[in-house]
Design a protein around this ligand. Structure first.
Ligand code: PLP
Length: 387
């Protein structure tokens, strides 16, 4: 039989430049490849497996639901999505939730919501959305347009109109655009993930919140990567002392199942009414059962622990000779290696049993939030031996 690598290359569209690694199973922070070699996984499937691989309680919750009701259309009520929406509202102070299946879809929902909110209130001509240079919001047409990186703005012309990019930190530029009266929303990540693990300045975020308030412009915070405990708080906006009008979640929410969520504050929670938006798979019972388990696990103590472990990890990285520019929040961590590119460093890590990510020139770590100090120390020892 041909190797999986060959079959994949022949039959799966080559949109991903895969590493030479075939994983077959995992438990907690450890993954195992086809030859049985063990890895410490500091990627969590790009921030998805927030409880690590196959956590027992999560598996039990998901399989129980799987055997009970695998899918039901959104024409009917069902327990898992209603209860998940309730928990999300209680945890975040939002008023209502829309369920999608991915981060990009959640952001699409947020964009539609913002445009309709403005249209309902002010009519046409107020559809512009401000996003930040170096941002990442997804791969669909609208979210690609929202993504403020030129490298993504190729090939797929024409892109959507009415998106405008502003440098992070430039409050004046935001004000200037908003004062023109044609802006309905600003969308931003509080820690730019794909852009290199770059936290935004607190005063900038607070200023933006104020300008939005003053002009009835919606603030959309894309917490697809930063949300669900990644930064040591349930939402990264808790670190910033601001509340978004719309928050989007995805990656970690399902603990390993595909889900996206649009969280709307009271101000705009009634904007998307009957027929205005929808998704066949959105709110799927199995996926929501996984997310309900994740939310139950992420209590105050769990989040506190994650925050502490993140600080510890960042401190220890900063002490290593040959590592610079440690950045991030909680267990969302970036750093620069002086001796090689981030891509080479990640490749070398795989050889040594360590799975990491890149974000531009930075090495990026998004370990499971359940990682132990002992496992962090083991990973640090490998990293130290590589720089
Ligand atoms: C990953 C990511 C997305 C896109 O999520 P998908 O599930 O891949 O569609 C959007 N925004 C941010 C901030 C992300 O990190």
């Amino acid at each position: 039989m041909k190797s999986i690598k060959d079959i994949d290359k022949k039959h799966v569209m080559n949109t991903y430049n895969r590493y030479d690694l075939e994983l077959v199973e995992g438990m907690g922070v450890n993954a195992y490849d086809i030859d049985g070699k063990e890895y410490i996984d500091l990627s969590a499937g790009i921030g998805v497996n927030c409880l690590g691989f196959c956590e027992m309680g999560w598996v039990a919750s998901v399989t129980q639901q799987l055997c009970k009701l695998n899918h039901v259309s959104n024409l009917f009520y069902s327990q898992p999505d209603a209860l998940l929406a309730k928990s999300l509202c209680e945890r975040t102070g939002c008023d209502k939730v829309f369920f999608a299946n991915s981060g990009a879809e959640a952001n699409e929902g947020a964009i539609k919501l913002a445009r309709k909110y403005s249209f309902d209130k002010y009519g046409e001509g107020r559809a512009k959305i401000i996003t930040l240079v170096n941002s990442f919001h997804g791969r669909t047409m609208a979210t690609l347009t929202a993504t403020g990186q030129d490298v993504f703005h190729n090939y797929f012309f024409p892109f959507l109109g009415d998106f405008q990019y502003v440098e992070a930190g430039n409050t004046d530029a935001v004000k200037e655009l908003i004062c023109k009266g044609d802006v309905c929303a600003i969308m931003l990540e509080l820690v730019q993930g794909e852009g290199g693990v770059v936290p935004l300045d607190k005063s900038f975020v607070k200023n933006v919140r104020e300008v939005c308030e003053d002009n009835d412009v919606l603030m959309i915070i894309d917490e697809v990567q930063t949300g669900v405990g990644r930064t040591g708080k349930f939402l990264a906006q808790e670190h910033y002392g601001v509340k978004a009008d719309i928050t989007t979640l995805a990656k970690g929410l399902g603990g390993g199942l595909p889900i996206g969520a649009v969280l709307a504050s009271e101000k705009c929670s009634a904007t998307l009414g009957f027929g205005a938006h929808g998704s066949t798979f959105g709110g799927n019972p199995i996926v929501c059962a996984g997310a309900n388990y994740v939310l139950a696990r992420l209590d105050k103590d769990f989040l506190y622990e994650a925050e502490q472990k993140g600080e510890y990890f960042q401190e220890k990285l900063a002490e290593i000779d040959g590592i610079d520019d440690v950045s991030g929040l909680g267990l969302m961590i970036g750093f620069k290696v002086n001796s090689m590119t981030s891509a080479d460093f990640v490749k070398e890590g795989i050889k040594r049993g360590l799975i990491m990510l890149t974000a531009k020139q930075k090495v990026r770590l998004l370990p499971p939030l359940t990682i132990t100090y002992d496992e962090i120390d083991k990973a640090l020892a490998i990293i130290k031996s590589m720089v």
